[in-house]
Design a protein around this ligand. Sequence first.
Ligand code: NAP
Length: 518
Amino acid sequence: MSTLLPNFLAGRWQAGDGPGAPLFDPVSGAELARVSSAGLDLAAACEYARHEGGTALRALTYRERAGLLAAIADVLKANRDRYFDIALANSGTTHRDSAVDIDGAIFTLGQYARWGTELGDARWLPDGEAVPLAKDGSFRSQHVSVPVRGLALFINAFNFPAWGLWEKAAPALLSGVPVVAKPATATAWLAQAMVADVIAAGVLPPGALSIACGSARGLLDALQPFDVVSFTGSADTAAAIRAHDAVVRRSVRVNVEADSLNSALLLPDAPPGSPAFDLLIDEVVREMTVKSGQKCTAIRRIFVPAAHYADAGRAISARLAQITVGDPRNDAVHMGSLVSRAQWESVRAGIAQLRRHAEVLHDGEATPLVDADPSVSACIGPTLLGAPDASAGAVHEIEVFGPVATLLPYRDLDDATRQVRLGQGSLVTSIYTGDDALAARVALELADAHGRLHVVTPAVGATHSGHGNVMPMSLHGGPGRAGGGEELGGLRALQFYHRRTAIQGAGSVLDGLGAGGP
Ligand code: NAP
């Protein structure tokens, strides 16, 4: 049997009970490691994090905690090559796709280290100016944001074991809040290895960072009133977490990043052959194939004027036909594997469902695999579907978490924005046009249903950050179906780990609060 990866809880490495759940190489099917959180005293581990980690972190200033983030980034950079080996083995991703996860994590930590340094030697953040409550101004109210005195529990999805951990941990640790991470079982190895390196380097105070691999059972029971939960995963699990007794009774703050039927929208001014049309084709192909479409932000629906439906279908299909799929150890392979055979089955089932409502424009299931056995590997080629009958409701409802997207025609702009909104709230829609004023109007029209609108005009064709790339400077999250959460967006992310409080008193009392961050 393969190695059981230990958990780091209550300041020490601890093995869970039993044989544990296996982690596989999704290309060969070989077992790599096992994880178990069974039999661990999770309540004691959480109390240790809250007390030891929280006390030590809150004793530091924002600037000092920013130094911790920079030190974590240095540890990860020093061990970077090994992380690529783990991602190749356990996620089946090409080097380019692993970089999105691993280098994205290091970049995000570095950004928060820089922003945190700018907050200086403060331990709380002012929220606006003091305002008078008495007519003569003698009695006033100052809002302050102070770090919560609980822990931050992260329950993460399988697709970003590295970035998913550190994009949450960076703002939490910078805020002075200890972290307990629960990575998704299928790809827990990378997150566990990174935490092990950071712990071994001794850069964090005891209790600041813990990790429990395996089932989440018992973790939510251990939550206390000042804890916060940040969840990334499916809408069903999100609903279970929100309804959990401890969350409901103890008013635990929960942030949810769930599934999303993101869109790419070609505006009517951009016919085939125009720069904006070509930019849409490039971006759709990239989004469908990076990480085999296993990105919460990936384009799932492509909207084009009805007159351009056939041209767009042909252009995307021609590019997808050039994508080689299989074992990423072969340099000729553009697109590696899905994360597990279970995901492969789920993607195939999702395609079968969508095919009842759509035509197949490019059939990924017929793609020959390079160095991968179709009977054991989780590799699958990219599939483009088309739904010329725009009333096909299922394509606005079913998220196939793989290299799958559906092309949809629209009659006019009103019809286009109406259809985009059928996604019921998304992380991101990208807009392709040569008309700046029209782009701005459409972006505002769709803003309330999205976390992010990504406008691609020819002027930024070579410099835009990518439809699906989550940059730490910009908000990540979306309303409605996307979970209603908010992450990143620069220092905005710190608010989730702070409590806003109004302190009311005489000006001389408020002066005694001293200076918070800028
Ligand atoms: P999932 O099945 O909901 O699992 C997510 C996490 O929740 C895993 O760590 C899982 O642990 C844990 N979990 C499962 N059941 C739980 C329960 N009853 N209580 C507490 N935790 C529980 O989602 P997934 O299949 O890993 O991820 C794919 C989904 O995530 C897609 O729908 C995708 O859209 C979404 N996603 C969203 C974002 C975003 O930022 N919006 C990013 C990535 C993915 P185990 O692994 O041990 O089961």
